[in-house]
Design a protein around this ligand. Structure first.
Ligand SMILES: Cc1cc2nc3c(=O)[nH]c(=O)nc-3n(C[C@H](O)[C@H](O)[C@H](O)COP(=O)(O)OP(=O)(O)OC[C@H]3O[C@@H](n4cnc5c(N)ncnc54)[C@H](O)[C@@H]3O)c2cc1C
Length: 441
């Protein structure tokens, strides 16, 4: 017995048919399920450049997803429209009693979803949202006093006490895949040009797209998981998973990743799981404190007046600070849309603590250029790196120092990857202390 005759499933940042919680709920509760993805004009028009790797990454993921749904006898309608109006209009056209989707914790997405829910209500339909992006979200991990955590370590300890196989189980979409409805005959996939965007260098990068790309990256990473805790400190080593863009757009299930880490024993797996928990932590920060998407978690830090010069910000963005590791990392960002975590920490710290430029200017540049740019992780990590490194976003301590002496700084001489972006590094065996020299050279 199903609750609805017809339902619509709305893909957003969950571009996969495997282990998709919202899709599973739609299929379990309706006799026929149509699927839609909307290239939302509201989002696309706000992007700063007309060549954007993220749009291309999403388009490739959507194309693969459509083929997968077709292989189950279903299909995917792909619209280029304003999602706020288009989703409810499509539901009406299809006679869908409900729209199913996965929760999105970004303030703008929550606002959009509330508007869609209201319009649907007007025509007697409902919006059902499922948890899919995170293992624990909203109020699932609270302090003993019932308040949201603001400090990571106690949050992580509570998360680890709570987690079990139930929370990490997959959703067997394939069980009900026969209920997927095909798309109308002749419905075409938009082209990049049709969306108003030009091709980037994405296809030349070591970032395979779609759910198949995520699977390939995970298969490559798992044999390295046991050494993650050591290797992740060295940007020149292949120590991390490179899965962040897939985590951002949901081409991989977070339950699959967390299960792999949780079931494996050892320090490498525990450290990687901890990184995945940071992601949940920032989602719940965003849920409880939506202002953290655009400002400091502690609002008083927004009042800091940063004396940094616009020309220093420009030099940082354009990778001409004269400090090899900073310039190499910024060139890598420009060339690939990716930057290793330790380098993100180095360049973000350098911008604020050495150049005294407002962290929000750096965050904005990251937001515009990172393929994995995320409103939960990006601002929060920027604030964490700059202002509250001692104890996380809940801390009252502001530490203005440098990352001098950290392993990431020390690793730069070994970095062949970095040398690729700053060719002269190879000729500079004595660059060890250069980063503290003047910017005016
Ligand atoms: C200044 C700054 C800005 C950042 N901006 C972003 C951002 O916009 N989007 C983003 O996904 N990550 C961001 N990070 C976190 C981290 O640097 C990236 O997630 C990581 O480098 C991605 O590489 P990976 O997939 O190989 O990570 P791995 O080391 O393999 O980690 C696995 C996954 O865990 C999650 N993760 C890892 N570190 C963090 C972290 N510190 N916070 C939250 N999640 C984490 C990511 O989803 C990542 O894919 C930022 C870090 C800093 C210091």
């Amino acid at each position: 017995m199903t609750a609805y005759d017809t339902a619509l499933f709305w893909f957003r940042r969950d571009l996969r048919d495997e282990d998709n919680a919202g899709l599973f709920h739609a299929l379990a509760n309706a006799r026929r399920v149509h699927c839609v993805f909307v290239f939302d004009r509201e989002i696309l028009e706000a992007l700063p450049a007309r060549a954007d790797r993220r749009v291309e990454f999403i388009l490739a993921g959507v194309a693969e997803l459509r083929e997968r749904l077709r292989s189950h006898g279903g299909g995917l309608r792909v619209l280029h429209a304003h999602a706020r109006e288009a989703v409810a209009a499509l539901a009406r056209e299809l006679g869908a009693g409900a729209v199913f989707a996965n929760e999105d914790y970004e303030p703008a997405a929550r606002d959009r979803d509330a508007a869609v829910a209201k319009t649907l209500e007007g025509s007697g339909a409902r919006l059902h949202l499922a948890k899919d992006q995170a293992i624990f979200a909203r109020d699932e991990v609270l302090t003993q006093a019932g308040a949201p955590f603001t400090v990571f370590t106690p949050y992580k300890n509570a998360w680890l006490r709570l987690v079990n196989a139930y929370y990490l189980r997959g959703y067997p979409v394939e069980k009900y895949a026969g209920r997927l409805a095909p798309e109308p005959a002749g419905a075409a996939l938009p082209t990049l040009e049709g969306l108003g965007f030009a091709k980037t260098n994405l296809s030349t990068l070591a970032l395979p797209t779609g759910a198949s790309g995520a699977r390939a990256l995970l298969a490559d990473f798992l044999p390295r998981l046991s050494r993650y805790h050591e290797a992740r400190d060295f940007p020149a080593m292949k120590g991390v998973s490179y899965l962040s863009a897939h985590n951002r757009f949901g081409t991989v299930s977070i339950r699959t990743l967390a299960r792999e880490a949780w079931q494996a024993k050892g320090e490498g797996a525990a450290t990687w799981l901890s990184e995945l928990i940071w992601r949940d932590f920032y989602f719940q920060i965003l849920h409880h404190h939506p202002h953290a998407a655009t400002g400091a978690f502690k609002r008083q830090y927004d009042a800091i007046r940063w004396p940094g010069l616009p020309e220093h910000l420009a030099a940082w963005r354009e990778a001409r600070t004269g400090f090899p590791i900073v310039d190499a990392a910024m060139r890598q960002l420009h060339a690939t849309g990716y930057m290793h975590n330790r380098l993100r920490m180095v360049v973000a710290s350098f911008l604020v603590k050495d150049l005294l430029v407002d962290w929000r200017d750096g965050e904005e540049w990251f937001w515009d250029t990172l393929v994995d740019a995320d409103p939960g992780s990006n601002p929060a990590n920027c604030v964490w790196t700059h202002l509250t490194p001692a104890r996380g976003p809940g801390s009252d301590q502001i530490e203005i120092g440098t990352l001098a002496g950290s392993r990431a700084w020390q690793s730069r001489e070994q970095s062949h990857d970095l040398a690729e972006f700053v060719g002269h590094l190879r000729q500079l065996p004595g660059v060890r202390y250069q980063f503290m020299e003047s910017m005016d050279d």
